[in-house]
Design a protein around this ligand. Structure first.
Ligand SMILES: C=CC1=C(C)c2cc3[nH]c(cc4nc(cc5[nH]c(cc1n2)c(C)c5CCC(=O)O)C(CCC(=O)O)=C4C)c(C)c3C=C
Ligand SMILES: [Fe+2]
Ligand SMILES: [Fe+2]
Length: 318
């Protein structure tokens, strides 16, 4: 293919996200995919279905993803000369990554950039999304030149946007109390075995946390790290978990807390249930006040970050 043909074809921009059920009827299939064929007991199915019922009977993730994609594409297309076309692929539910790749091939896309709506790299997250792209290409016997964004956990727009969320959370307390407010930065737990495997996930999370705390002007004793949302499997998961961490902080006399998850970029069940309902219950038991500012969603600083990291990958393809 000549260079001029390349210039005429749109460049594909594939946005990938975790995926979420759009109704409670989706739950068995959704969980079966996440648990990769391992049996889900009726008790676990009921518990997770009930969590989703309490946040409105469906996941808001697909809607936030579409809004993030639309906003990012507007900004990216304004910065890039070449026509772009956006695609959305989910890892665990409709629209599947493999289907998005098939659609790209049907559209004649030959070059594309791909990003996961998760800033930290892990063999158990971002690498699995990228494998699904490769599976989509091989099952459709097609080829697309992909440039992958692997991580963006130190990008200034992302860090500043979350530092602003930290400040917003602290500002929710009366002025005279703000010095006593403690900030918990958190992210999804993963099995401890990733540390032995040399996975960068934990280090990247800690790096983001340090940058966010510094950008928010927090004292060292004013913030701490916690994991959350560990999976229901027998192997050990990275801790401390949010619930035990809150007990620990309470034991040290900390009663005013701001919770800012740094690994999720939109509000969904791991925030709306795990923090806004479960952690709030723990806070009430401990006599703690817990404030949780909104996730990044379509924050312009975050959207600008997505556009910037994608723009660099587009330049690498041109
Ligand atoms: C960094 C890794 C992970 C992110 C980010 C993540 C986000 C995320 N997870 C759910 C919902 C569920 N996750 C579940 C299990 C599960 N999640 C991860 C990793 C990440 N999830 C793992 C490794 C596992 C265990 C899978 C297994 O083999 O068992 C589940 C299933 C029930 C459970 O085990 O708790 C749900 C439901 C959402 C909505 C989400 C948001 C982006
Ligand atoms: Fe998960
Ligand atoms: Fe999870």
């Amino acid at each position: 293919m000549t260079d001029s043909t390349h210039q005429e074809a749109p460049l594909g921009v594939l946005f990938m996200a975790y995926g979420g059920p759009e109704s409670l009827e989706d739950m068995p299939g959704y969980l079966a995919d996440i648990r990769a064929g391992r049996v889900t007991t009726q008790a676990v199915l009921d518990e997770i279905t009930n969590n989703y019922r309490q946040i409105g009977g469906k996941s808001p993730l697909p809607e936030f993803t579409r809004a993030q994609v639309e906003a990012t594409m507007q900004e990216l297309q304004a910065r890039v000369q070449r026509p772009l076309k956006a695609y959305i692929g989910m890892r665990h539910w409709n629209p599947w990554i493999e289907d998005a790749v098939r659609e790209m091939l049907d559209d004649g896309i030959t070059q594309a950039v791909a990003i996961v709506l998760a800033p930290h790299y892990s063999s158990m997250s971002v690498a699995k999304y990228q494998k699904k792209i490769k599976a989509g290409l091989s099952m459709n016997h097609g080829h697309i030149d992909f440039e992958f964004v692997n991580e963006y956990h130190t990008e200034s727009g992302y860090v500043t946007a979350l530092a602003n969320r930290v400040r917003e959370g602290i500002a929710a307390f009366p002025e005279g109390e703000r010095d006593d407010v403690h900030v918990i930065l958190s992210a999804h737990s993963l099995p401890v075995r990733i540390l032995r495997e040399g996975d960068p996930y934990a280090d990247q999370l800690h790096e983001s946390a340090r940058l966010i705390a510094a950008a928010a002007g927090l004292r060292d004793d004013q913030w701490s790290w916690s994991y959350q949302s560990a999976g229901r499997s027998p192997e050990p998961w990275l801790g401390p978990q949010l619930d035990e961490h809150m007990h620990d902080l309470s034991g040290k006399g900390i009663k005013k807390v701001v919770s800012v998850p740094v690994g999720f970029v939109s509000d969904h069940v791991e925030i709306l249930f795990d923090i806004d309902i479960a952690a709030q219950e723990t806070a009430a038991e401990l006599g703690m006040t817990l404030v949780r500012p909104p996730a990044l969603n379509t924050d312009p600083l975050f959207i600008g970050t997505l556009a910037s990291v994608l723009e660099r990958k587009v330049a690498a393809l041109s």
